[in-house]
Design a protein around this ligand. Sequence first.
Ligand code: HEM
Length: 147
Amino acid sequence: EKEKEMIRDSWESLGRNKVPHGMVMFSRLFELEPALLGLFQYNISCGSTQDCLASPEFLDHVTKVMLVVDAAVSHLDDLLSLEDFLLNLGRKHQAVGVDTQSFAVVGESLLYMLQCALGATYTAPLRQAWLNMYSVVVSAMSRGWAQ
Ligand code: HEM
């Protein structure tokens, strides 16, 4: 209803290319939790955080994350249809050493990115709508992680 419409409109207003917004999100994530950078294999070859953020593998991951968010926004009426995908995604992150607590920090970073990108149209109800959607995604990923 209203919440879904708010999410769809705000996501659309970010423009077609979501990758630059994903970069803002992950720069924030690594500010909040620098140790996460170490979970990406290719980080060994990076001299600095900035180098890492510029690496193609990192860009690949940002793109993948934004595609998952995009899928969630497109399936707001039927998030359950993503359940198997998200369970499996959670399992994969368990395997690469991501802790479920870090998913919450990703959520904070997502909100930070939205706030930066949306400016005055980022409101408390919009924030809550995104939190609600993200919590459905993370709860499925966390269940997959724990299986
Ligand atoms: C794969 C790390 C959060 C979506 C991966 C991989 C790593 C990783 C190391 C494997 C290498 C790669 O494919 O680049 C992290 C870290 C996160 C995080 C440190 C921070 C907590 C997320 C979130 C999403 C996501 C929140 C989506 C909502 C994906 C996808 C893949 C992936 C779609 C590919 C899985 C596949 O190969 O099928 N992640 N990730 N990641 N991640 Fe993340």
